[in-house]
Ligand binder design. Sequence first.
Ligand code: CTP
Length: 441
Amino acid sequence: MIKVITYGTYDLLHRGHIRLLERAKELGDYLIVGVTADDFDKTRGKINVQQSLIERVKAVEATGIADKIIIEEYEGQKINDIIKYDVDIFTVGSDWVGKFDYLKRYCDVVYLERTQGISSSELREAKRAISIGLVGDTEFLNKFYKECVFVNGIHVGGICTNQLHIMSDAIKKLPLITSDYDELLENVEAVYIRTLPENHYKDIKKALMKGKHVLCESPVTLNVDEYEELSELAKTKNLVFMEAMKTAYVTAYARLLLLLKGGVIGEITSVDATCTSLQSKEDTYRWRGIHEWGPTGLLPVLQILGTDYREKRLAVKYADKERKRDIFSKFSFVYKNAVASVKVGDGVKSEGELIISGTKGYVYVPAPWWKTDYFEIRYENQNDNRRYFYQLDGEGIRYEIVAFVKAVENGGKHAYIEEKVTKTIVRTMEEYAAEVNTVII
Ligand code: CTP
């Protein structure tokens, strides 16, 4: 019996897929189809897959062509599958010519002519794309713009900035370039805000009042009342108001949270996160150290241990007497059954690692943990240790944009950063400014 295997995403199953499956089946007697899991597929830049894995598997199943369907979950799985299922022929469409020649050591590799004129990407793009405007005066917008290009279903309609000279050539070619925020809002359906945190409240409010969806860099506001007001406003107007924090969307980080929920290290007793930088640039658009790093440092603590801590203490070091420039802060949290510490700073350098300790073992995420593709779960017996690798594209920004587009398409729902986490981050920033439970060192 000749066994054939093929892989694909099969999003919005179309005749190109069906023709490929039929010809793959004709190559042998038994066809195995590997359907790519969501996260894995992001690595190929196939962003904003519309259907869930289950829907895609069902669609392939319904064709009746496959004898067996498997899920492709990680890079390097193909070799394992070929050996495991004793496969004779590996096949894919001609868009992949050469790419899978390395499998020739294990079986025959056949590239089948791709059907012209149809693809999942085109079907996805055919759905109306959301037009988003960029707002802010920082070079980070160049990075954000670049990542938007990878995502189906969104296009950048313009930018509102006072610093056009630091923007890329691609941004300079956008259809609308302005320093008038109102003008930008008139011309887009959504905005990505990366202005100074002090300006977020008014910038978000204006956008929501004009009926625009908002993706705003964290901290979204510096005060809980303001956050609640904006959150209500977004709900009454049926708009998406989402916190942007790339780490939350990094695949390795998201998988780590799931593993922890599954109890891999037993009862979690301590979370220790450090994020620091030494940025020498002194420009007017600089964020305070606490605003720059605080939300990221707090994220794993609040997502893993929750927002109901019993106690929070803080030590802050400033570079100046007027307390205008904070260079280091250390938060200490006490929970009912656990503790946490968060060290953040812009002006003091430390090892940017994340360690989560539990009753059965611990998780070690090496620096820089906030944009990692790798972590380890370590136990008393080293032989039990496990290493986890995930592809990291665009530092998580790409996936953040996908989540935003999906939220807009799904009428506001998104499952990444919970509202209570966003709110607690805002509260922490507010208490920071008011020096609640704070010692200045
Ligand atoms: N395929 C094909 N003809 C098409 C589209 C896809 O033969 N018009 C083949 C691909 O070469 C691959 C399989 O179908 O072997 C699964 O393709 P997949 O990547 O899921 O679909 P695409 O439509 O190519 O998706 P995208 O547009 O996102 O690249």
